[in-house]
Write a protein that binds this ligand. Structure first.
Ligand code: PGA
Length: 251
């Protein structure tokens, strides 16, 4: 059985003091939830303080991005070694906003995935189609291609342990959600793709999230789908009340 994983992508929101506030509010609301893996992904500037206030809780820490190199002349970047020393466990890689605004490609995503694994960080690798791609009817091949390229040269045993987030770009921050069935269908294609490249065992183990306007009102329907193992949440991760309702969707 795959354990559901609900991760909050805070994007460029919350100062360090606001991060502390949100974590302090969230902790008691999810303290008795052992059924779901809960993750918060603050900005790099708030990782250290987040780690301090998450101490002793059942909430895990994730970052939103990293460089693949350990150190060097890469102004503005954060390395896997730095994340590891802070106590980060997960790292979002290839988010559509990184692909769209910061020129991330399948190739750089793949370098980051390999580096994250080499540094014992769990990638949350994001894939998903834009509205134009959906309307052109290329969703399935595009998403499968992103999965294959992002996981190039990754060992099957490592693929089994990572997280993939299917985030249709047109559903992110728009209030539009893929229907439960359509999200489930595309995630099924992602799992089939993993099976092709890494075998049945990895495909059955890999956790695949849906992301894009997931909120308390639609979480139950999405999570009832057999292929959907969790959510990557933006807007609804910024309030303790909403995010805890997502983590506690089974209650
Ligand atoms: P959203 O963002 O929940 O605000 O749509 C999801 C994401 O971009 O990860």
């Amino acid at each position: 059985m795959r354990k559901p994983i609900i991760a909050g992508n805070w994007k460029m929101n919350k100062t360090p003091s606001e991060a502390k506030e949100l974590i302090e509010a969230l902790k008691p609301l999810v303290a008795d939830n052992n059924e779901v893996t809960a993750v918060v992904c603050p900005t790099a500037a708030s990782l250290l303080i987040a780690k301090r206030y998450l101490e002793g809780s059942n909430i895990h820490l994730g970052a939103q991005n990293m460089h693949w190199e350990e150190s060097g002349a890469f102004t503005g970047e954060v390395s896997p070694v730095m994340l590891k020393e802070i106590g980060v466990e997960y790292v979002i890689l290839g988010h559509s906003e990184r692909r769209q605004y910061f020129a991330e490609t399948d190739e750089t995503v793949n370098k980051k995935v390999l580096s994250a694994i080499a540094h014992d960080l769990i990638p949350i690798m994001c894939v998903g189609e834009t509205l134009e791609e959906r309307e052109a009817g290329v969703t399935d091949t595009l998403v499968a291609g992103q999965v294959k390229a992002g996981l190039k040269d990754v060992a099957a045993a490592d693929i089994a342990k990572l997280v993939i987030a299917y985030e249709p770009v047109w559903a992110i921050g728009t209030g539009k959600t893929a229907t439960d069935e359509e999200a489930n269908r595309v995630i099924g294609i992602i799992r089939k793709t993993v099976e092709e490249i890494a075998g049945t065992e990895a495909a059955e183990a890999v956790r695949i999230q849906y992301g894009g306007s997931m909120k308390p009102a639609n979480v139950k329907g999405l999570m009832a789908q057999p292929e959907i193992d969790g959510g990557l949440i933006g807007g609804a991760a910024l309030k303790a009340e909403d995010f805890s309702a997502l983590i506690n969707y089974q209650k």
